[in-house]
Design a protein around this ligand. Structure first.
Ligand code: ATP
Length: 273
């Protein structure tokens, strides 16, 4: 598959038009899916099972027998001291590195809490990750270019591009960027709006799991409150796992939390507020 890097993909005008025309159906699809999931009581969980990780060529494990289970559409938070291995775990979940042993899977459960089918590996392309200070990696001159950077551009990819264009409009609305022209320079946005853009870029790919590394770091109090409010909204439709030191501000969102101890040992634990 070919991607366009840095330059606008062919047919942007059309992309905007498709998106504008097809928003209602995109919303309908999302709303219908969420209602269906609420009324059925079977559910899936993203699970890390006894994962160890030792970077190639090193002697020590950065993660030791890490296990966790995060139910779909819930908000998990991992806290712990600097250097304990939190970001390393996010990278494994995003497929950026491979566990030395153990597995990362999606498991479906039935009414009775028992697995209904064999677990499936969590596909890296279904995981979105927003790194610390994502605005440092913005490359394009407009919000639209930033959001479509890396999209497939070949003729054969028309259907995929069309789907991405639909998702784009949904993502822009979800993060509240719809009040801003997509021709704006991403670098000129406020801190909070830069984070919104970073989230929207990931939402276009309709992730099954959204990973956020220190989403409030470096923001002023108003932008922090803004991002917390946005995450509260996104939580209704998404499974979110956050690494953060900002426990108090995020506490109202958290369904489950873990402490990462030095040596990469993860324990489920309530937030120490
Ligand atoms: N590829 C690597 N090879 C060797 N050591 C590494 C590698 N990547 C990370 N580390 C080390 O692993 C440890 C865990 O790093 P990690 O970034 O996951 O910690 P963290 O808990 O996210 O810290 P912080 O809260 O400061 O972001 C650190 O001591 C780091 O220096």
């Amino acid at each position: 598959m070919a991607f366009c890097y840095g330059s606008p993909c062919a047919g942007f005008g059309h992309i905007k038009l498709w998106a504008a025309e097809m928003v209602p159906s995109a919303y309908w699809r999302v709303a219908t899916k969420s209602r269906a999931l609420r009324i059925s009581s079977d559910h899936s969980c993203i699970e890390v099972r006894r994962v160890n990780y030792r970077p190639p060529g090193t002697q020590h494990n950065l993660l030791s027998e890490v296990s966790l289970s995060l139910r779909e559409k819930s908000f998990g938070l991992i806290f712990g001291r600097s250097g304990s291995g939190k970001t390393t775990l996010l990278h494994l979940l995003a497929g950026l590195s491979k566990p030395t042993s153990g597995s990362i899977i999606v498991q479906r459960y039935g009414y009775d809490g028992k697995p209904t089918e064999s677990p499936e590996p969590l596909a890296p392309e279904r995981v979105g990750i927003v790194f610390q200070f994502p605005e440092r990696y913005f490359l394009a001159d407009t919000i639209l270019e930033e959001m479509t950077f890396g999209w497939p551009r070949q003729k054969a990819d028309f259907t995929l591009r069309e789907q991405l264009a639909l998702n784009l409009q949904y993502a822009v609305n979800s993060v509240g960027l719809n009040t801003i022209s997509l021709d704006e320079d991403p670098h000129s946005l406020s801190g909070g709006y830069k984070r919104r853009l970073a989230l929207a870029i990931q939402l276009v790919q309709t992730p099954q799991l959204l990973l956020l590394d220190e989403p409030l770091a470096g923001l002023d109090w108003k932008a922090r409150a803004d991002v917390v409010k946005l995450l509260k909204h996104l939580k209704k439709e998404l499974t979110i796992l956050v690494v953060s030191h900002d426990l108090k501000e995020l506490s109202s969102l958290v369904d489950i939390s873990w402490r990462m101890q030095m040596g990469g040992i993860l324990k489920e634990e309530a937030l120490p507020l």
